[in-house]
Ligand binder design. Structure first.
Ligand code: KG4
Ligand code: ZN
Length: 341
């Protein structure tokens, strides 16, 4: 079997454990149990509920990895960024395993995990431009190597995925909002409502979604006042128009990134889109066009590994293992927020 790394992910509302072979990078085992249904009633993730569910579910998944415990070489866990109370659940399990099995502990940055979802079961390639779009973050990154990942810009307020969640909540469509809003949008007209494109007139290299979200809220309130109910047709047109503005904004700011990259001597020639919201098909299509325009190769993770999962955490951990980058069982802590990699 060769040496394996066991990785644990619990930064938000997905409980996941993976086993990855260190030499071949092959994924030997992966299971993820999402808590989406339990949080749907609240229209978003409730941290304490999420933490309790991780405590229930992670041991059940771990049980299935028992036949492989003898082959383990290290235990990896997401420690940053994320919800503190849920990160703690994974960290406690990882520390217990590390201590009980006398195995080194590896601390993994969740966002680095999303980046490495592009390289599951294969070698990484750098340099790389990356758009990270998740429920917690919207960032443009430049990755020169495993160690050199820099944040080029990020959202000034809400994230891209979060804005979909909030629009879905305003329309009482359920949680997570991304896939629901996307499917409603397919049935609607994208130019039915003219929502603002955030930071359009400014050269500012940043993302913002709160103004757009407010414009959507005002439109919904107006409709409720005028008609009392929200028809399916209204919801579809609203979702299509909102999605179009949100994606146009992403694309406009990505264009600035591509433009400045083109003028550099050590320019990246591959561009990856990662994070849960990278599953959005309209976003993939529009970013595909920009990549073609600038002669960049578009990299995407397999759909099932776009959202949170332990396989991507295991993939990062292989790199740390090779560098002997281990954490201390006594002092390793969670870091809910990060400013840099
Ligand atoms: O990466 P992820 O699983 O969790 C975080 O690290 O935050 O991303 C989840 C986010 C949610 O906000 C969800 O609504 C959004 O990704 N999302 C989408 C789509 N699928 C998931 N947003 C837009 N379009 C989608 N198809
Ligand atoms: Zn994530």
């Amino acid at each position: 079997m060769g040496g394996l790394i066991l990785s644990i992910e619990s930064s938000c509302d997905d409980s996941s454990i993976a086993l990855t072979q260190i030499d071949s990078k092959q994924l030997i085992f992966h299971q993820k149990i999402s808590q989406e249904k339990q949080h749907a009633a609240f229209g978003g993730v409730v941290p304490e509920l999420a933490s309790r569910l991780h405590a229930e579910v992670l041991p059940l998944i771990l049980e299935k990895t028992k036949p492989y415990l003898k082959d383990l070489k290290a235990i990896a866990v997401t420690t940053e960024p994320g919800l503190n109370v849920t990160l703690m659940e994974g960290l406690m399990m990882a520390k217990t395993l590390s201590y009980a099995l006398n195995l080194p502990l590896i601390s993994v940055n969740h966002l680095k995990g999303h980046l490495y979802s592009l390289f599951l079961e294969c070698d990484s390639c750098f340099p790389l431009g990356v758009l990270l779009v998740s429920g917690g973050h919207t960032m443009l990154l430049e990755a020169k190597s495993y160690e050199e990942i820099t944040i080029q810009t990020q959202s000034l307020d809400d994230s891209f995925g979060e804005s979909f969640d909030k629009v879905a909540k305003m329309l009482s469509l359920g949680y997570p909002g991304g896939p629901i809003v996307e499917s409603y949008a397919k049935k609607g007209l994208q130019d039915f409502f003219s929502f603002p494109i955030p930071l359009r007139s400014k050269k500012q290299f940043a993302f913002s979604f709160s103004g757009l979200k407010n414009a959507v809220r005002v439109q919904i309130e107006k409709e409720k006042q005028n008609n009392g109910i929200l028809s399916e047709e209204f919801k579809a047109n609203l979702c299509a128009s909102f999605q179009d503005s949100a994606i146009t904004h992403l694309v406009q700011k990505c264009r600035i990134f591509f433009e400045s990259n083109a003028n550099q001597s050590n320019a990246w020639k591959s561009f990856g889109i990662v994070g849960g919201a990278s599953a959005n098909l309209l976003l993939r299509e529009k970013m595909g066009k920009i990549c073609k325009e600038y002669n960049a190769t578009l990299l995407l993770a397999p759909l099932e590994f776009c959202s949170d999962n332990a396989a991507m955490i295991g993939r990062v951990a292989i790199e740390s293992y090779r560098r002997n980058e281990f954490a201390s069982v006594e002092t390793l802590q969670t870091r809910p927020r990060i400013d840099a990699f």
